[in-house]
Design a protein around this ligand. Structure first.
Ligand SMILES: Cc1cc2nc3c(=O)[nH]c(=O)nc-3n(C[C@H](O)[C@H](O)[C@H](O)COP(=O)(O)OP(=O)(O)OC[C@H]3O[C@@H](n4cnc5c(N)ncnc54)[C@H](O)[C@@H]3O)c2cc1C
Length: 366
């Protein structure tokens, strides 16, 4: 039973967006940047956004050398370059939109740990030549001489590759700044409001049908509950963070094994995540849950490879849900004349979110 007032002012919007992760919030902002007169509401299932955007590692990156080489093998050179270009452009939009101070963005650079002594210089040079069209300068360089600065276990870590263009952000502050910006622009964000289904005129939340001219679905790994035929699958990621460590000399972002493992400093703590490749089957889940096997493995990796002679304690463990598919490109398409979907951002979605949001806004408005 709705009141006259609710019917008049609270039920109907020009555009409804489902999901308040980085994609949903960025899309909403891009829509109002294009047309400030539109009314936009976002429905978010969780009290806080409850997928990947508030639970990630905060790497502002576009792919390590081994990851880009693997992508080139599976996608071809042009598509690999397209991915890098999209991620780089997405990071530019995000930084410009929110400001580096609000993101706590630091461009400390990124390192890839190499566990064998194979000469990677030739591969780095070849990749640098290809990336030159985007960066106009060399991206990857040998930084093995810096190994002594970090205290990694030399038995495992033989070489380091450096990428000066990688940075780190404070994920919580990014999401807060995005939500604040959206609210200041007049976008209504309803939290704890799961969309149960789509209707020909809008969406059902609880017992209420909210109406819109256009509905944009930004629910990433959870999209199959609304569009069962969409080709994507969930992939959970496990993360842990240490308590503060005295005299920590690890600064920057670090990856290894084609990006399956990643760690960074946050002040004087280490955040460490990944290991999904240890248990793909159980991690193909939308349930936010700790996987003990992977968390124990992460702590083992930290002890044996990263902090071999530094005592540490784990402060917090958590997980988040990503979306994957046949390739690493997001899905952006019009489902019908009233509905658009923007989903499947994979493991480098901080970079992609703003760019995808801009494209999703354009498609929704056209
Ligand atoms: C552990 C982990 C580490 C990561 N690290 C990095 C990193 O360092 N760098 C990087 O670039 N990327 C990283 N990512 C990936 C990145 O976080 C994601 O690609 C990105 O956040 C996806 O954003 P999104 O808005 O599309 O999806 P999400 O953030 O998942 O947002 C979708 C939202 O939709 C909501 N929702 C779902 N169903 C409904 C419904 N029916 N009704 C209403 N709301 C609904 C969900 O609650 C959720 O908040 C990581 C991801 C994880 C999980």
């Amino acid at each position: 039973m709705l009141s006259f007032w609710e019917k008049e002012s609270l039920i109907t919007y020009d555009i409804i967006i489902i999901g308040a992760g980085i994609t949903g919030l960025s899309s909403a902002i891009s829509i109002l940047e294009k047309n400030p007169k539109l009314s936009v509401a976002i429905f978010e299932a969780g009290i806080l956004p409850s997928g990947a955007s508030t639970r990630n590692a905060g790497f502002a990156c576009f792919g390590s050398l081994s990851e880009l080489m693997s992508d080139e093998k599976s996608l071809g050179t042009d598509k690999m370059l397209q991915l890098v270009q999209d991620r780089w452009e997405g990071l530019r939009i995000l930084r410009e939109r929110l400001g580096d101070d609000n993101l706590e963005f630091f461009q400390l650079g990124g390192y890839e740990l190499v566990f064998d002594s194979i000469n990677f210089e030739e591969n780095a040079q070849l990749m640098n030549q290809k990336l030159n069209t985007i960066f106009n300068t060399s991206v990857f360089r040998n930084a093995t001489s810096e190994l002594k600065n970090f205290g990694f276990n030399k038995k495992y870590v033989k070489q380091l590759i450096y990428n000066p263009y990688e940075g780190q952000i404070h994920t919580g502050k990014m999401m807060k700044a995005l939500a604040n910006k959206a609210t200041c622009m007049g976008i209504t964000i309803y939290t704890n409001s799961r969309v149960k289904s789509l209707t020909p005129k809008g969406v059902i939340v609880g017992e209420v049908e909210f109406k819109s001219n256009q509905t944009l679905i930004c629910t990433n790994a959870f999209t199959k509950s609304l569009l069962p035929k969409l080709l994507l699958k969930p992939g959970r990621g496990q993360v842990c963070i240490t308590k503060p460590i005295k005299n920590l000399n690890i600064k920057g972002i670090f990856h290894y094994d084609e990006g399956y493992y990643y760690f960074r400093n946050i002040d004087n703590r280490i955040l460490f995540g990944g290991g999904r490749n240890q248990d793909f089957q159980n991690e193909e889940s939308t349930e936010i849950k700790i996987n003990d096997k992977i968390q124990i493995h992460l702590i083992d990796e930290l002890k044996s490879k990263i902090l071999p002679s530094t005592p540490f304690e784990i402060d917090l463990q958590w997980s988040g849900i990503m979306a994957f598919g046949d390739d690493k490109f997001p899905i952006l398409k019009r489902v019908n004349e009233r509905t658009v979907v923007a989903a499947k951002l994979g493991g480098i979605g901080i970079a992609l979110g703003s760019k995808l949001g801009k494209a999703a806004a354009e498609l929704t408005l056209n």
